[in-house]
Ligand binder design. Sequence first.
Ligand code: HH2
Length: 262
Amino acid sequence: MGVLNVTPDSFSDGGRYRDPDSAVAHGRWLAARGADWIDVGGESTRPGAEPVPVAEELDRVLPVIAGLTSDPRLRVSIDTRKAEVAEAAVRAGAGLINDVSATLAPVAAERGVGFVAMHMLGDPRTMQRDPVYDDVVRDVRDFLVARATTARTAGVEEVYIDPGIGFGKNLDHNLALLANLDVLVATGFPVLVGTSRKAMLGALAARADGTADPPPTHDRLEGSLATAVWAYWHGVAMVRTHDVAETVRAAELVRGIAKAAA
Ligand code: HH2
């Protein structure tokens, strides 16, 4: 899944694709490099982000979705927490609702499209203020299975679960979730993971470099690739990334080694 944020303030690609033509061109490029889904988002959910009004979010995403889906080979997901935006995006051609609030299953069921249930503790404004779990892996799994089961029961056929790396999780929580992806895979629901360029990778890169300063978001490719390959290796169905071409290459490379060993 390739990330296409049409926002002024996303933590990594904010402001780069505000003009719909450049956004559509980038989406096509992501698809050409191997993305099965282009994930269009009009509201940043980075830690501390303020909500965006519905009309503004619609203005941002609809022209881009329409532009991308004018090519019937391209598959577009809508990254939103709002039912109105999800509905309009599906009418414009989106085939998957990527919902970081895990509340929009009824819209996916009614519209006959797929659904991503992601785990988030709290909301983006406050989620990184000292998140606490009993057992992060079990708590996240139980939440996701409940939401995904509700979606299936409502009639949604394609349902992914996503642990929501960085959404109300400290570094230890994120590491525990990545270390125990098999627990999510064992639920039987296809798993989606998004680590691309996130703060946890900055923190780990700084640790590896022996410095206090994390590298900027555009300089976290090693971490994005290492965690994407780790995720594939542990059975996830899809990774969400800004760096599609590099991720496809890294995954193919490891697949080649695995094939030679078989
Ligand atoms: N992460 C982000 C946004 N949407 N959706 C899923 N399913 N999983 C994720 O991990 C996920 C997501 C945050 O990344 P990004 O879109 O790059 O940034 P921003 O929220 O600042 O637009």
